[in-house]
Design a protein around this ligand. Structure first.
Ligand SMILES: *[C@@H]1O[C@H](CO)[C@@H](O)[C@H](O)[C@H]1NC(C)=O
Ligand SMILES: *[C@@H]1O[C@H](CO)[C@@H](O)[C@H](O)[C@H]1NC(C)=O
Ligand SMILES: *[C@@H]1O[C@H](CO)[C@@H](O)[C@H](O)[C@H]1NC(C)=O
Ligand SMILES: *[C@@H]1O[C@H](CO)[C@@H](O)[C@H](O)[C@H]1NC(C)=O
Ligand SMILES: *[C@@H]1O[C@H](CO)[C@@H](O)[C@H](O)[C@H]1NC(C)=O
Ligand SMILES: *[C@@H]1O[C@H](CO)[C@@H](O)[C@H](O)[C@H]1NC(C)=O
Length: 505
């Protein structure tokens, strides 16, 4: 059915500019092209399909009644597919399902609702990539706030809401609480977490097992030492601030407000978001009617060199120069420029892990106050304590104070500081010897070949069967498999817009 709709030239129109036509294309139902409104509610049995050769970057199938937000298949990067709630005027994804394994945009995928929302791909939509967990509900709606909700009939509750599982962005009035999962940047390298009385930014290493903090904001009027005081939660306010409140309170009296640049301007009516960007900075943005782009009116970290990875792994950031160098021995002549090294994904523990050493003076860490330290009389002792520990990647010694800051995670950007007493010791993984690697590989090569052949044979047989089955069905019924994946006709869906009628029919 999609194919018939696509012949209509209207489907080539840019998504945001033509909600109605795109709704028609996304629904795959021809009757919808005849002048009906976009879908604002999904009921049990709904299925939307993404075809392998879909043009564009976003294929919406559910709209908020204000027409500003839509849920659909969203292309990530060059070739991945995710499910996203998109702010249509800007095409920005405010929420994403973010399965552990993203689907491939160049392969078919389906989103179905059967009490749960399920994103699946592969032959017969057999591979489930993401789904909402129990409990299940009766209908899906996208609210004017951009929140995606699964509801029960007769307003008996909302068993699932997207505001409880944010991706990298918070929007207006979305509560960020201690039980909300952390905000994770799109590149998955940074996280925003809430503590009892503070919020903090972390780098994520080794799949999140090691997460050093690089920024923290403690609620001004919360009392960390008061054991009976409830924890704080945060909320983006339309008046232009991020408020921190005590849980269980009225939601009116904040224990802190982080005011944005627009706060004094009384800028009401703007849509706002707060996003943990891929550079590790937390920023607030707003969008007003007729905007061409988002405007940022707040950032947690204002100095480029204070961002933890501003110059990448083994980078050296020089404040005031907007320049990056690479971390090399002080005695090395000439400068090198980034990228300096790839990000490390494992530590230096385990047999055969070798490293070289780089020593550099006049270096510091922007967030050294958040890194554990020991006190030593000499730089040699400081270096030694790191050298002996295979989880330690470097040490920064302050010759004036004797503080020795130990870096228990892969070395990222360090900051230049014009003080000869501040010296750094950094481990650099030694490139594995190719001869040794070849030897270990050859021992397992035979077994690997056998296993691979078996896997390929099984996969081939499966694909063959699938192709045969598909052809058989086409011959038999004309529609065959497609029928199973076909959404319920649009006529059945549209009458469910208002909450109380016809749900039980
Ligand atoms: C959502 O916005 C639309 C258009 O602005 C409005 O008609 C509708 O009443 C709003 N819905 C709710 C639940 O506020
Ligand atoms: C601790 O917090 C609770 C709840 O906010 C408050 O009622 C109590 O007075 C506080 N105690 C002290 C010693 O501040
Ligand atoms: C956020 O929390 C406040 C206070 O607890 C509550 O009144 C409000 O409904 C919550 N907002 C959402 C979207 O859940
Ligand atoms: C919250 O504050 C507003 C004005 O700032 C006030 O009108 C309202 O009554 C307050 N609500 C509660 C529950 O205190
Ligand atoms: C901000 O708006 C409020 C009401 O919306 C108004 O009372 C106040 O005077 C405004 N302040 C400024 C500085 O414009
Ligand atoms: C840096 O200098 C140290 C001696 O201080 C030396 O052992 C090390 O091999 C040098 N590293 C590189 C990468 O040149």
């Amino acid at each position: 059915m999609r194919r018939e709709c696509r012949r209509d030239p209207a489907t080539n129109v840019v998504v945001a500019a033509a909600l109605f036509f795109v709704a028609c294309a996304a629904l795959l139902v021809e009757e919808a092209c005849g002048g009906e409104e976009p879908v604002t509610e999904l009921s049990n049995g709904f299925t939307a399909t993404h075809s392998a050769d879909a043009p564009g970057r976003f294929e919406p199938f559910l709209y908020a009644t204000n027409g500003v937000f839509a849920l659909g298949f969203f292309r990530v990067g060059a070739s991945s597919l995710d499910l996203a709630v998109v702010h249509l005027p800007s095409s920005f994804p405010l929420w994403r399902a973010t399965p552990l394994r993203l689907a491939d945009w160049s392969r078919p995928a389906t989103l179905s609702f059967d009490g749960r929302l399920v994103l699946a791909t592969g032959p017969g939509a057999g591979t489930v990539l993401w789904s909402t967990l129990n409990p299940i509900g009766d209908s899906v709606k996208l609210l004017n706030s951009s929140e995606l909700v699964i509801r029960l009939f007769d307003e008996r509750g909302t068993p699932w809401r997207s505001f409880h599982s944010p991706s990298d962005t918070l929007v207006l009035d979305q509560n960020f609480t201690l039980s909300t999962p952390p905000l994770i940047s799109e590149n998955r390298r940074f996280a925003l977490r809430l503590g009892k009385t503070y919020m903090a930014l972390h780098m994520e290493f080794y799949g999140g097992r090691t997460r050093p903090m690089y920024w923290q904001h403690t609620a001004l009027m919360a009392q960390p030492e008061n054991g009976t005081e409830p924890p704080v939660y945060g909320r983006l306010d339309g008046r232009g601030f991020f408020g921190l409140y005590l849980q269980g309170g009225s939601g009116n009296e904040s224990v802190d407000r982080i005011a944005f640049d627009t706060f004094p301007r009384n800028l009401t009516g703007a849509f706002r978001r707060m996003t943990l960007d891929d550079d590790g900075n937390l920023r607030a943005y707003y969008w007003t009617d007729g905007s061409k782009d988002w405007t940022s009116d707040y950032q947690a970290i204002s100095e480029q060199c204070e961002l933890p990875t501003s110059c990448g792994a083994y980078g050296l950031c020089v404040p005031g120069q907007a320049a990056c160098q690479c971390l090399v021995n002080s005695t090395t002549v000439g400068t090198t420029s980034p990228p300096c090294a790839a990000v490390e994904t494992t530590d230096l523990c385990g047999a055969g892990q070798k490293f070289d050493v780089v020593r550099r003076s006049r270096v510091s860490l922007a967030y050294k106050e958040r890194v554990p330290f020991e006190t030593y009389e000499t730089v040699a002792e400081c270096e030694e304590s790191c050298a002996e520990d295979c989880t330690c990647w470097g040490a920064l010694y302050n010759g004036a104070s004797g503080y020795c800051y130990l870096i228990g995670f892969p070395v990222e950007t360090v900051v230049y500081e014009a003080d000869d007493r501040k010296v750094g010791y950094f481990k650099v993984r030694k490139a594995r010897q190719s001869a040794a690697r070849a030897r270990t590989m050859s021992s397992g090569a035979t077994a690997a070949t056998v296993v691979l052949s078996l896997v390929l044979a099984v996969a081939g047989a499966y694909v063959g069967y699938w192709l045969w089955e598909r052809r058989r069905r086409r011959r038999a019924g004309g529609v065959g498999m497609e029928q199973e994946l076909t959404p319920r006709p649009y006529r059945d869906l549209k009458s469910m817009d208002s909450s109380n009628n016809s749900f039980k029919s």
